[in-house]
Design a protein around this ligand. Structure first.
Ligand SMILES: [Zn+2]
Length: 166
């Protein structure tokens, strides 16, 4: 309990100091600018040189791998799933769950800013596309039928991911 209280005091002191400095908002904006500048923009020809045929089809052409065919569908090791194109950390094994759909499924990304969400009106449906926040590569879609605590199901293509064991 004493430990808890001292941690709380340290945290409060830290937030008070940050608030007094008045630079917090600016710092956040700067970080955003850095992140934007970091966005990878390459032509299709350049991506074709860097990616396998399957990776290009999914990441750059918004393709979908066959259900139950992906290497991470039943993958259960602890670690971080990164973007296969740019190595941006996207999802943790801690939020992976068995959805039964045949694609690796997660209920939350590592950080909201590491991914992007876009409207996808293909095939006469309105779905929410999930893209890599850094290179814009197509990862999959997000649906509102996931488990707690978010109720979301990020349904991804194994081909768009790499895995780093921790
Ligand atoms: Zn990426």
């Amino acid at each position: 309990m004493n430990n808890f209280l001292s941690t709380l005091v340290i945290l409060l002191t830290f937030s008070a100091t940050s608030a007094c400095s008045g630079n917090q908002g600016l710092q956040e904006k700067r970080n955003q600018t850095i992140a934007m500048a970091d966005t990878l923009k390459k032509s299709d020809a350049e991506w074709k040189k860097l990616l396998t045929k399957e990776e290009f089809e999914v990441l750059r052409n918004k393709g979908t791998e066959r259900a139950f065919s992906g290497k991470y569908n039943k993958h259960k090791e602890e670690g971080i799933y990164t973007c296969a194109a740019c190595a941006n950390p996207l999802f943790s094994s801690e939020t992976k769950f068995e959805s039964g759909t045949g694609w690796p499924s997660f209920f939350a990304p590592i950080a909201e800013e590491n991914i992007g969400l876009e409207d996808d009106r293909a095939y006469g449906m309105l779905r929410t596309e999930v893209v890599c926040g850094k290179c814009g590569g197509h990862l999959g879609h997000v649906f509102e039928d996931g488990p707690k605590p978010t109720g979301l199901r990020y349904c991804l293509n194994s081909v768009a991911l790499n895995f780093q064991k921790i």
